[in-house]
Each structure stands twice: as C-alpha cells, then as structure tokens.
Write a protein that binds this ligand. Structure first.
Ligand code: ADP
Ligand code: MG
Length: 699
C-alpha cells in the first residue's frame, strides 16, 4: 500500500506534476501567472491544457468540468467529455486552451438576483490558475470564477479574489513604510475548522425533515444529551474511526491538508481541521471537504449532517475561520516580532484589524447570516450575535499601556513606546482559551468563530479582507505623508488614537453572559443583530456600498443582487421547513396518534367488556391527553398553513423575511412544542420516526 506522502495530492495537477508534465518554458510562464496574477496567453494555455488532459486521462478521467461556486453556497459543475469525433467514426480525446481558460455553462437557473436577464442567460466561467485543477469521480475539475457577460460576479470566488487583491495592495503600502520593499505579494491565509454530525443512514431515510431540510423539525429531548460532556475529545468509535480514516485518504489524494480530527461536544458530533493555506485555496478545499464528507459517509452507511442545528437541545455545528496575513517571503504579519521595528509593524496590523472589526460589526454578522446559523448565534453554545474581539490579558495589557501611557512592565517603569520597545513575549498557550468570543486573537492569527458549518467560508473572508484593506489604506494614506524622522512618533500616535477610538470592541470576558449583552449594547454601543432579517438590511447601507466599491470588491448592482438572494434564500428555507412540518404532521404524526388512540380505546372497551368495573386509569388518561394534543396539533398545523398563505401579501422581500421570522417561525415552534410533547406520551412502536436517542447514540 502506498504511504501518505506517496499518494498525497495524487489527484491534483499540482506544482510537481506541472513541472514534470510541462515544457520548462511553459511551466515558468504558468508559474508567473499563478504567483503574480499575470495574464496567460492562449499558446501557453493550449500547452497547459494538453498536459492537463494527458495527465487526467492517465489517472482515469474521461471528462472535464469548470468547477465553480454560484451564490447557492455550494459548488456547481457541468461535465464535458474529452471526446472529439473523427471522419472514420472513431474519436480522439482533446482539450484546448480555450476550453481550459473559459467556459460557458448554461447557467440560467443559478441565482443572480436580477443581475442577468434570462434572455442573456449565459454566464461564463474563467480559470483561477492559483487553485490547482484536480480529478474527482473521473472528471478533471478546473476551479473557476463565474461571471455574467457584463462582467458582474455571479459567484463567491470572484469577490474573494478581488478582496485578496485589495488587501494585497494596501498591506504592501504598509510594509513599504517599514522598509520592506522586496515583498511581491501579501496573501491572507485561512484554516477552517469544520464541525459535523454523523447519523445512521437507515434512520436518516426515515425522517423527511432531515432529508428535505438537513435538520430535525421535531424530536423530544432524549434522557441523555451532552450534559455529561463525555463525548468531547472522547475515544472515537470504530465505525466513526473507519469513516474518518477513509475521509482523510480521499482528502489527501485531493491535496487537502486534513490534519486534526476529534469528537465534539454533542453526541455524534465531530470536527476536522486542515492545515491553513492561501485563502482562495482554503475556500475551495473547504467546499471539497464538505462534499467528500457527505460522499464518504454514504460508503459507511452513514449520513454527514452539515446543518448548523440538526438537533434541538444539543450543540449545533460551526466553523472556525482562522485568518492571518502572510508575505511571499513567508512572514506572518500577525506574528509579534523580535525587534522594536517588527513589533511596531505587528501592532499597526493588529490595530487595523481592531478598527476594521469595530467599524464593520454589521458586515461581520452579515457574512455569517443564514436561517440555519440563526439557531446557533446567541444560543448558549456558539458565540453571541454581538461581535466583539478577544485579545487575551497579555496583549490587552500592552494595549492599555499604549493607550494610557502607563508602564506595561512594572519593573521597567516606562510606558510601551512603539518603535522603541520590544513587546514582551506572550506565551502562546495563554493567548486563548476563551471559547465564547466571536473573534479571538490566538497568538499569531485571528479566529472568527461565528461561521455556520454548512456555509462557504468565502463570504466571511471577503468581508475580513475588504474591511482590513480599507483600514490599512487609511493608515497608509496618513503615514505616507509623514517625514522619515517623524515616522515613529506619528506611528505611535496613530496606533494610540485608534486603540482609544475602537477599544469598545475588545472584550475578554464570558460572551455567553447575559450581562455582557447588556453592557455591549447599552454601554458600548455595539450591535446586537439577532437574526438574518435583522442584519441583512445593513448590507445595502450607503457606507457599505461605498466600502465595497472603493475597494473594488463588489459593485453596487452586485451588492443589491446578493442582498436579494440572501433574503430570498432565507424565506425559502423557512418555507420549506414549514411545508415539511405540515407534511409530516398530516401524513404521519396525526395518523400515528389516531392509531395509538384507537389501540387505547379498544383496550379500554375490551377490558370493560370482560370486567366492567376494571380500572383503566393509564389507558383513559393517556387517551384523553392524546386527544387533546392531537386537536392542538391539528389547530397549530392549520395556523401554520394560514401563515404560509399570507406571506406573499406582506410586501417586499425584506418584509417577507421578517414575516417568516416573526410569524411563520413562531408557528413552527409552537407546533413543534406540542408534537414533541405528544411524542413523549406515545408508545414507541406507534411513533412514525426514529427518535433523538436513536439518531444521536446509534452510530
Ligand atoms: P483550536 O482547535 O485550538 O482552535 P486547531 O489547531 O484545531 O486549534 O486549529 C487551528 C487552525 O488554525 C488550524 O487549521 C491551523 O492550520 C490554523 N492556522 C494556524 N496558523 C495560521 C495562520 N497563520 N493563518 C491561518 N490559519 C492558521
Ligand atoms: Mg478553534
């Protein structure tokens, strides 16, 4: 059997493969394109395409596809085979540079939020050469961006690449101020930790809520949940271990740097973390990871649930987006340095992030907004919906010293002076064990913890890159005006001023505490945007449109279309969930209650027929209770149906989203409460679906 280093990346047209398969000159030109984002001319593209095709065929591929990330949040692909007919009735396998570089999927059915009229339905896809092509299920997949003919982005990759370019532009200006002239590129890096649930496939197939919506819409609490905390980091059961091993192998073949795996807090919940890499590749890899997770599960008789809240009453799943900035020389710009000079640069970048997050809390919240994630944020498990930053005691001490000109190190008795003093080394282990913070500095990177488990990590990174680019631009604008001899003082003042102005975003305490939400909103003026409809309107504010257009990340039509798509998606999700509940109630739950009631009634009648004075306490009480509950369930189902009909009359998409949240969702919760109660009094043999205990503890 091949060892991991032998098969790692075996299905990827990566650097080594390129070097061996391409003529030297072609390789060099391609490499330049990749590293510097240069244009690739067609003759080179033809050579690359040929080599790619030969390699793909050697590895069993017959088709190719432009693999892209439309605004649905998942990936899309349309497969074309390599075959080209010849006059003699045979075929050859061909693949041209043009086919590699650009594609035209018939894309009329992808959400465009009105950006593309259906009569000009075609969008086009364009190769992102910085993300390697790979083979999946016998198809050569080419990572691509997806745009309309007018050039408007219809996907998540295009704005992500633009945002990386924006932060690259501004970070290089800052580095230049510190004398770093040789840096060619600054790229953001991301390591997304992915949580997921595994459930038995046979049980899953018996629940239409899981099949249609990815989460259980009904389900009474089992006798045991996660209260003993005996699952977290617990030993991994054989069936799960076999799944994880298989998953690792598949991911490694695709060049995904899968590194860490463990059990999570909830029963049946697990986590996978890769080693971080360049942001656009990390985003592609996370999409691949989610897809492969589901596929491998099927081979093990399992289903992988990526929904943010598959089960009520136990933790939901999120994603931790570890984020930093790195130069082409491999220097992490969020790593505190060894010299006063390096430290000053670090503090400037740190301050830029603090300012950016404080000024753009709304966008941070929006970047993780979805109907699914609303179940988590603010519940007692995930970070609250209020965005704040954790810096840890050490770094907070340093910042306090800068803000107030007080001594940081009591022994030294002098205030921290930027550009003059060295930061004390803070031991990494101390930097973060606060798991309740939405955005934590963890020694040499930030960890954004509000992400939902099922969403693409593109959006949060588009936002992070863009808002930090804006702040770096403002800092560069100021500092570039300063004469060299005044640089240190100006730098010190700039950092100090901004820390003072934005310190309200820093919070090192317990984010789950109700007191904190009060303090955050009342004393600190931070936003508490509890739900998706609450936060989305901020997306189209004048300031945000200005930000995105100034940083050249999104145009106004692109923002407006995304806003519509997000609202529309929110309404659709709630609508599907409501319809599924109605369907399950009418077709299964009420009939089950009727059947069980009949058994009880028959039993009572039979008993009384034999012995008229026989006590039938259990049967009679249960029968009464079930009849009441059934009537209530029926009423609540009808109320839910009525609310679904009214939604269309309540105005524009935004009004509809609020109606979904305030009215439809409340009706759903009321219905669920009664059904769950009915489940607890109904004999198991009569309940039409596998229960929570089975779902959570059977694997
Ligand atoms: P924890 O569970 O304590 O948060 P993990 O080690 O599981 O820590 O995950 C940390 C993640 O952060 C990993 O994916 C790791 O590769 C990533 N990471 C480390 N350094 C950087 C960096 N400079 N930029 C982005 N991500 C990073
Ligand atoms: Mg983490």
């Amino acid at each position: 059997m091949a060892t991991v280093p032998e098969f790692f990346g075996s299905l990827v047209f990566n650097d080594v493969t390129m070097r061996t398969k391409l003529p030297k000159d072609t390789y060099k030109k391609l490499k330049k394109t990749i590293e510097e984002g240069k244009h690739l001319d067609l003759s080179i593209a033809n050579e690359v395409a040929h080599a790619m095709k030969e390699w793909a065929i050697e590895n069993g591929a017959t088709h190719f596809t432009h693999w892209f990330q439309p605004l649905t949040g998942i990936t899309a692909e349309k497969h074309d085979s390599f075959i080209t007919p010849r006059d003699d009735g045979t075929v050859i396998m061909s693949f041209s540079g043009k086919e590699l570089v650009q594609g035209e999927p018939d894309a009329s059915s992808f959400p465009s939020g009105g950006l593309r009229a259906t009569f000009e339905a075609r969008g086009y896809t364009a190769w992102d050469p910085s993300s390697y092509a790979f083979i999946k299920d016998g198809t050569l997949c080419i990572p691509t961006a997806f745009c309309s003919y007018g050039g408007e982005a219809l996907d998540k990759k295009t704005p992500l690449l633009r945002s990386m370019e924006a932060i690259n532009r501004q970070a290089k200006r800052i580095l230049k101020l510190f004398g770093n002239d040789s840096i060619k590129t600054v790229k953001t890096t991301v390591g997304p930790e992915q949580e997921y649930f595994l459930v038995d496939r046979e049980l899953y197939n018996k629940r239409r809520d899981l099949i249609f919506t990815g989460r259980t819409l009904f389900g009474a609490k089992p006798p045991k949940g996660q209260e003993l905390e005996d699952h977290y980091f617990g030993s991994i059961k054989p069936r799960v271990a076999a799944y994880m091993a298989d998953l690792d192998n598949e991911l490694w073949k695709l060049g995904v740097l899968s590194k860490t795996k463990h059990n999570e807090v909830a029963p049946a919940q697990h986590e996978l973390a890769p080693i971080f890499t360049t942001t656009n590749i990390a985003v592609d890899h996370n999409q691949l990871t989610m897809e492969i997770m589901k596929k491998v599960a099927a081979r093990h008789g399992l289903v992988c649930l990526l929904h943010e809240k598959p089960f009520a009453g136990v933790n939901g799943s999120g994603k931790h987006n570890n984020w930093s900035l790195s130069t082409d020389e491999g220097v992490n710009l969020l790593e505190p340095g060894e010299t006063p000079h390096e430290n000053a640069q670090f503090l400037l970048f740190l301050t830029a992030v603090i300012k950016a997050v404080h000024e753009h809390q709304d966008l941070m919240r929006i970047s993780v907004a979805s109907a699914g994630n609303d179940h988590r944020l603010g519940a007692n498990e995930a970070p609250p919906a209020v965005v704040s930053m954790f810096l840890g005691d050490e770094l907070t001490g340093i910042i306090d010293s800068i803000m107030h000109d007080t001594a940081y190190d009591q022994a030294e008795r002098v205030p921290m002076k930027i550009g003059v003093h060295i930061l004390p080394r803070f031991p990494k282990d101390n930097t973060d064990r606060n798991r309740t913070s939405p955005f934590a500095f963890t020694g040499n990177k930030f960890e954004f913890r509000m992400l939902g488990s099922s969403a693409s990590v593109a959006s949060p990174n588009i936002i992070l890159n863009t808002i930090v680019a804006e702040t770096l631009e403002q800092f560069a604008d100021t500092l570039e005006q300063v004469p060299a001899e005044e640089f240190n003082t100006a730098l010190h003042d700039l950092i100090k001023e901004n820390l003072i102005a934005h310190q309200n975003i820093i919070f090192n305490g317990n984010g789950y505490d109700d007191e904190w939400i009060k303090e955050a909103t009342e004393k600190r003026g931070l936003l508490n945007l509890v739900s998706t409809p609450d936060c989305l309107p901020y997306f189209v504010s004048e300031e945000n449109i200005k930000l995105f257009t100034a940083q050249k990340v999104l145009t106004k039509p692109e923002i407006l279309s995304r806003y519509d798509i997000m609202l529309d998606n929110y309404c659709k999700v709630i609508n599907i969930e409501a319809l599924t509940m109605i369907d399950m109630t009418k077709k299964d739950i009420l009939p089950a209650l009727t059947a069980y009631s009949k058994t009880l009634a028959d039993t009572i009648a039979e008993k009384k027929a034999v012995l008229p004075d026989l006590a039938c306490g259990y049967e009679e009480k249960t029968l009464r209770k079930l009849s009441c509950l059934a009537a209530e369930i029926f009423e609540k189902t009808e109320a839910l149906e009525r609310s679904l009909i009214t939604v269309k009359d309540c105005g524009d998409l935004q009004a509809q989203a609020f109606f979904c949240k305030d009215t439809i969702f409340s009706c759903m919760q009321e219905l669920r409460a009664v059904v769950d109660e009915a489940e607890t009094v109904t004999a198991k043999a009569y309940w039409p679906f596998p229960n929570y205990a089975e779902l959570l503890f059977s694997v």
